[in-house]
Write a protein that binds this ligand. Sequence first.
Ligand code: 13P
Length: 252
Amino acid sequence: MGLKKLVAGNWKMHGLSNDLDEVKAIATAAAVYPAVDVALCVPAILVERAARAVPGFAIGGQDVHHAEKGAHTGCTSALMLLDAGASLTIVGHSERREAQRESDSEVKAKAEAALSVGLGVILCVGESLEVRDGGGAVAAVMQQLDGSLPDDIDGEAELAVAYEPIWAIGTGKIPTESEISEMHAAIRARLRERYGDAGSGIRILYGGSVKSSNAAEIFAIRDVDGALVGGASLKNQDFVPIVAAAAAVSGK
Ligand code: 13P
């Protein structure tokens, strides 16, 4: 029996007040699939309004600062996200690792800060096309995991890992089934080495050009415990079929 699937949307820098209707539509439609956990990670400024609009539905942030508080202009602390109504946050997305030059150790500190206040974490890892073509994808992702996984996962809040090959994000390109399966198996093995039996309970999401047309195939791959969805999470009619595909694979 696999882990319950988690389908999380990452709205990235999309979403204004008007889009709260879309959040509501997604939350309403997702409730039809109790066999799947569904979450939407929205821009920080929308978190509070989104959380108020859909009580009981998981709203997340997309990043968090590692410090509890202090002189960090423009940043959002874990407690602020929680206070605004978020129940989880993404950390270490490749767009931040690249554009904001976030290091593995910074991502680790962010994950630990979020977990320590009770926010669930989706920690992203993934290789570039150059690394994939050079045959070093698994080694690169293992190195990212070693540097960015939190030391302690004993608290209440859940850690999930998202494998997002950078070259598959927003491109319509998807790794082959065997590439996904090889990577997810390697991540699972690393999680077990690191956390023992608890490593078997950590959900490993796939992210990168997930759409309703490919979701069923991706969810059927062993050790794929869900998806982190970008572009196709912005609209109810694109996102909900992905949730439905996860439910179908779960036998519900
Ligand atoms: P796309 O689904 O748009 O490829 O984005 C994936 C992603 O980066 C989710 O975090």
